[in-house]
Design a binder for this molecule. Structure first.
Ligand SMILES: Cc1cc2nc3c(=O)[nH]c(=O)nc-3n(C[C@H](O)[C@H](O)[C@H](O)COP(=O)(O)O)c2cc1C
Length: 183
């Protein structure tokens, strides 16, 4: 049985998408611009639900936890997501306000990782996010509990795979008020 599983996994195609061209000599100075560029490509190329991501947090015992979430916005303040403050992730973020986000856009063989401190948005912003959800979704949550957070990035990695294994990795590292790029 174990051999069968190993063989099945080994025979699955991987990194089988169609990677867009990447000009490593013309990278923007900040990761938000490059992320919005890659996200725009993903939307235009019809990547299914490109705004779905994995949010990783750490619990009180220091054990990592992760789950899928929807990206709500991205700007200079960071990558925004929303959930209930009383949920396991909400409690983990209250105790340890740091997180990692990961995106995998299979048809483009592109992945993005974001990590940094997590900042709670204002009540007004959280309420505005709740108002934008469908009525059914709104009915199921307590308005006071619904919270918008942002990951303020200290490191963002852009990874582009290639079927010939000549992968590209571009890292943006927060450096004072700007960014240091390792490409
Ligand atoms: C594609 C996808 C998107 C999701 N988006 C959200 C979301 O934006 N907010 C949310 O609270 N849960 C979302 N969920 C559910 C979470 O994955 C998770 O089950 C739930 O939030 C409870 O997580 P917790 O127990 O770690 O707090 C989503 C699930 C999937 C599969």
């Amino acid at each position: 049985m174990a051999n069968h599983t190993r063989a099945m996994l080994r025979n699955l195609p991987s990194l089988a998408g169609d990677a867009p061209a990447l000009d490593r000599d013309a990278l923007p100075e900040d990761p938000v611009t490059l992320f919005l560029d890659w996200l725009g490509v993903a939307v235009r190329q019809g990547v299914p639900e490109p705004h779905a991501m994995t949010l990783s947090t750490v619990d009180a015992e220091g054990i990592p936890d992760a789950r899928a979430l929807l990206l709500k916005d991205v700007d200079v303040r960071g990558w925004a997501f929303a959930s209930e403050a009383s949920s396991p992730k909400g409690r983990q973020l209250r105790d340890r306000p740091a997180a990692a986000l990961s995106f995998w856009w299979q048809p483009l063989v592109r992945a993005v990782r974001v990590r940094g401190a997590v900042i709670e948005a204002s009540r007004e912003e959280s309420e505005a996010d709740l108002r934008e959800r469908g009525e059914e979704a709104r009915r199921r949550v307590d308005a006071d509990d619904w919270t918008l957070w942002r990951v303020r990035p200290t490191r963002v990695e852009f990874w582009q795979g290639s079927s010939d294994r000549a992968h590209h990795r571009i890292e943006y590292l927060a450096d004072g008020d700007g960014w240091r790029i390792r490409a």
